[in-house]
Design a binder for this molecule. Structure first.
Ligand code: MRU
Length: 353
């Protein structure tokens, strides 16, 4: 499986997603600050993957701490959490993973563990977050395979693949699950301006897996739907609000509206760590604004005239009424999402004990 991110004793190693598909280069982050920079600059991206990176960054940062007393160690720990939390605002998996690290820290501190014992505990928690994400993606892929018709032509947007998770992927997990179930599918990858996660990353992953893939520009989706050449849309998510409204890469909303017009089922695939019951609806999801340079420049060349205004919201919100189902590791949830998601999260809490 594709090595998105891994932990070494003195580093967090990640494939540099800015350089794919041309170069397969691995970046070695040796401090929590380097991990934070890697998340901010999108060396690593995708909601579950940045959660895993944050957890590993915190564990690495604390492993390197020279504090001997628990008070100084605790102060450093919370500062490191703040550093990672300030990297990207939209994907809730980032904050979910940091919360888990804080809970692990609290458990160790309350039990009177030594600094070294807490360091071990933080390493174990980060590894568990990584491993559970792979397991969740595989499970949601198996559930999602059931909504994929044999021979389906599937449109996806952005990259919700192995690169965006600890492995296997969410939307691409559903596609991989369908293929593993013996279905022949073809994939249309929307290029995803301005960072081109679809053209660069989704196509790269699927070509490696020998899954037939065609890249289209974002503006082509409607015309191809109208030609009757798309059977299903599956996308990932950065944050799913309590009512099912879903933030995902900019352009997802457009695809969802087009899918409704053409009566094509539109599914969201995400682990439960992407569901945020504390955010009531899409209006309350913070949307990251990224640098104008992502829009004005391509491969170092300026595309737009000086003086033109530029917008660059990195995500949009798809209203829940456009979503046919939310595919998770615990099954596929259907409307009314306000009820089904709350019940799913309550059940997950009960199972965790
Ligand atoms: O800005 P990015 O590349 O981090 O945005 C990623 C997406 O929008 C993905 O679709 C989402 O995180 C789901 S990843 C399984």
């Amino acid at each position: 499986m594709l090595p998105t991110i891994a932990r070494e004793a003195d580093a967090v190693v990640m494939i540099d997603q800015r350089r794919l598909p041309a170069d397969e280069i691995y970046v070695r982050c040796r401090t929590a600050a380097e991990v934070a920079r890697a998340i901010r600059t999108m060396v690593i991206r995708g909601a579950p993957a940045i959660g895993v990176a944050a957890a590993m960054g915190i564990a690495l940062g604390m492993r390197r701490s020279s504090a001997t007393g628990t008070q100084k160690f605790a102060a450093e720990f919370y500062k490191t959490c703040e550093l990672l939390a300030a990297t990207r605002p939209t994907a809730v998996n980032l904050f979910w993973a940091i919360e888990r690290m804080k809970r692990a820290f609290g458990t160790g501190a309350e039990a009177g563990e030594s600094v070294d014992q807490i360091k071990d505990r933080l390493d174990r928690e980060a590894a568990a977050i990584h491993d559970e994400d792979v397991a969740s993606c595989r499970a949601l892929g198996a559930h999602g395979a059931s909504v994929v018709p044999a021979g389906a032509r599937i449109l996806t947007h952005c990259n919700a693949g192995a690169l965006a998770t600890a492995g296997y992927g969410t939307a691409l997990g559903v596609i991989r699950g369908a293929v593993e179930a013996g279905k022949r599918v073809t994939v249309l990858a929307g290029e995803t301006r301005p960072v081109l996660q679809g053209a660069r990353l989704t196509a790269w992953e699927l070509v490696r897996d020998h899954i037939p893939t065609t890249v289209i520009t974002d503006g082509m989706a409607g015309a191809i739907m109208r030609m009757g050449q798309i059977d299903l849309v599956v996308v990932g998510a950065d944050r799913i609000a309590a009512n099912g409204d879903t933030a995902n890469k900019i352009g997802t909303y457009t695809v969802a509206v087009l899918a409704r017009e053409h009566r094509i089922p539109f599914y969201v695939a995400a682990p439960l760590s992407t569901i945020d019951l504390r955010t009531p609806d899409g209006q309350h999801i913070p949307i990251e604004e990224r640098s104008a340079k992502e829009v004005t420049h391509l491969g170092g060349r300026q595309l737009t005239p000086a003086g033109a205004g530029i917008r660059n919201p990195a995500f949009d919100v798809t209203p829940h009424r456009l979503i046919a189902g939310i595919i998770t590791e615990r099954g596929i949830f259907r409307p009314p999402y306000a009820e089904t998601l709350e019940a799913a999260m309550a059940e997950a809490r009960r199972l965790r004990g």
